[in-house]
Design a binder for this molecule. Structure first.
Ligand code: 5GP
Ligand code: ZN
Length: 145
């Protein structure tokens, strides 16, 4: 296990127990603990128990294991906090707001009037452009998967 952790990574230090955490669940592959800067009460993070930076690098089987734990944690947060909704948020790269470069999924309880938004306007796209991008992505996936 320790050979799959990275020195200096804050979440690897949490896995090793070198930094304390409010852990609410763990299994062989994943760990869930409270975010110490919660957006709302109940804000939890779910990580794989080995170092991988982001969604581009994470092996498919570990993403499956992490999502299973995200589901478990979300159901607990829903029962215990009883929010009006829950966002699952996951950032890849600085441009997306990632600040800890060990992949993690945020489980964030939400309320209709909590004031937090990702409110991009719904402006209809150009169908030619959307179609061209879709084709490029289809081709890329069939080459790489
Ligand atoms: P990101 O910005 O990368 O999507 O999210 C990183 C999250 O990790 C932030 O919400 C931040 O509050 C949380 N975080 C950073 N350092 C620690 C820590 O030492 N312990 C815990 N529990 N959370 C942390
Ligand atoms: Zn790490």
């Amino acid at each position: 296990m320790s050979d799959r952790l990275q020195d200096g990574c804050i979440f690897c230090m949490i896995i090793k127990g070198e930094i304390p955490s409010f852990t609410i669940y763990e299994d062989d592959a994943t760990k869930a603990f409270m975010d110490i800067n919660p957006l709302t009460p109940g804000h939890t993070l779910v990580i794989p128990k080995f170092h991988t930076a982001n969604i581009f690098e994470a092996p498919a089987d570990s993403l499956g294991q992490v999502m299973t734990t995200v589901g478990k944690v979300s159901r607990a947060v829903d029962r215990v906090i009883a929010p009006e909704g829950i966002n699952i948020l996951q950032a890849n790269g600085a441009g997306a707001g990632q600040s800890v470069f060990h992949i993690h999924f945020h489980v964030i309880p939400r309320a209709v009037d909590d004031g937090f938004t990702m409110n991009w306007p719904q402006v209809p796209g150009n169908m030619d452009d959307i179609g061209k991008t879709a084709k490029a992505l289809q081709d890329d996936i069939s080459k790489h998967e």
